[in-house]
Design a protein around this ligand. Sequence first.
Ligand code: FAD
Length: 552
Amino acid sequence: MTSTKQNRNAQNASNSNNVTQEYDAIIIGAGMAGMYQLYKLKKAGLSVRVFETGSGVGGTWYWNRYPGCKFDSESYSYGYSFSEELLDEWQWSEHFARQPETEKYLNFVADKFDLRKDMEFNNKIEDAKYDKESKRWNIETDQGIKASATFLITAVGPLSAHVMPSYKGMESFEGGSWHTARWPKEKVDFTGKRVAVIGTGATGVQVIQEMALMAEHLTVFQRNPNWCAPLNNDLITDEEQKEIRASYPEIFKKCNETNGCFIHSPDERSVFEVTPEERDELYEKLYADKGFGIWVASFFDTQMTEEANVSRTEFIAKKIRARVKDPKLAEKLIPKDHGFGTKRVPLETDYYEAYNRDNVLLVDIRETPIEEVLPKGIKTSDKEYDFDYIIYATGFDPVTGSLNRINITGKNDVKLKDKWADGPLTYLGIQSSGFPNLFTLVGPHNAATLCNIPRCIEQNVEWVTDAIEHMRSEGLSEIEPKLESENRWTQEVITMGEMSPFMKVNSWLSGVNSNVKDKQTRSFQVYVGGAPAYREHCEEEAASGYAGFELS
Ligand SMILES: Cc1cc2nc3c(=O)[nH]c(=O)nc-3n(C[C@H](O)[C@H](O)[C@H](O)COP(=O)(O)OP(=O)(O)OC[C@H]3O[C@@H](n4cnc5c(N)ncnc54)[C@H](O)[C@@H]3O)c2cc1C
């Protein structure tokens, strides 16, 4: 008998011979979103069960244990804002916390609010089917647990379905190899080792700058360079700590007023109304400041039109040229096919300086593609490289990926994956018609993905909780968007997206990962109208008594 089967049988035995467990709500995922949703629904008096693939809470911060993993949101702007007590009790040590600290924080939250007792770990939901007779969702996990609930809430994460490339011979590699989002819990010692990193997105950048210091030799396989900017991280001083604690309400208020819910707001001047000296003065200041300022706090129009963005892009290119000693190498690290800020910007610490080191080599796989993985290393069209470790920083099947990996079947036997085959169809990025009582937190067409995500998670969760409480107080059993609401919202997402710089380049924000078969072309995954506008749409909908939905 296989170990999975053994596990399943043992689990079934402990589940009273395969009895279906019944709840008011089932939540899929125990990351930031699932944890808060559980807290809110328990408080509202519902019986709730969370199912989670991993063995602990934290989602992103449970899985991504690779060296160098950390925030690019300011720590104190990222944590939950809903509990003053929690804000008082927790203290972040760095402006941009590393993964171990964030995982510890989320475990602290789980303990504080006693969340773990309503969670089933090591259980991946594989099937979810709506039964229109009983008006309930029935789920089954990979361990054979069956459960049913009136409400099914997905909190599966926009960046949690990790993607491996499909190079020939990958399984033959004799050294250690991991995707960055499936990193082992045990410490790996890279001292004296030859390491390959494949991929130079936000994760690749974080792992490369760290690995350059740890490994004897590091080879970076780059397909597309990304525009990166300094994180300028630091420890939080006692003085800053006091200031942060005293200003939490203002921090969260400011976040909620900006499009991306970061603490940085755009400069209200147009880049064309200032002198070149004033322009460079702002760029220099933002480049030296902490976090995403250079991306989101620049002249407002740099994030709107290509023409306005030219000077900022040239400024960053100049910085890269100044930081990388070998001019030919610098050119390889400068993107030529898109402007700065048209993808989510990886923030770095001495990333460019890593390439000045003797132990770091860049291989441009557009020039010399990887042909196969060998037992001892990697073969490109040009030569063979030997490695002890291969690290796949190859990203995620974005936004819809983790939803598509569940077999979700709606009331008319239509699968969500099939309905969304040509792109998501949603109302407010939170429901889809034909799938009553299914709510998708941080789902496609939501503002959350382009956000300092927890700020939007809190909004999503609170809106869903209010909708469920409304139904319960009115004695209703089904909520589902009207088709015209869904068409209208989907069109709104497309119209906004067509004007956006994000939709003009391939990235996870435009739904592309070249390693995913059906994610080769751009699709409108994200509402780009900004979090405040999104929140307003949601509030209007609730205030109208959920007029855009069929309620019964
Ligand atoms: C390396 C990295 C750094 C990031 N840094 C930032 C940052 O600085 N700022 C920011 O705003 N955002 C950042 N993000 C985005 C981050 O994903 C969100 O901030 C946030 O953690 C999302 O929370 P979530 O609960 O929606 O999803 P996740 O944290 O992804 O949690 C989803 C959970 O659902 C579980 N799950 C999925 N499918 C199933 C299933 N079928 N059955 C059971 N369980 C399932 C997964 O195992 C996972 O634990 C980062 C992402 C990554 C990968």
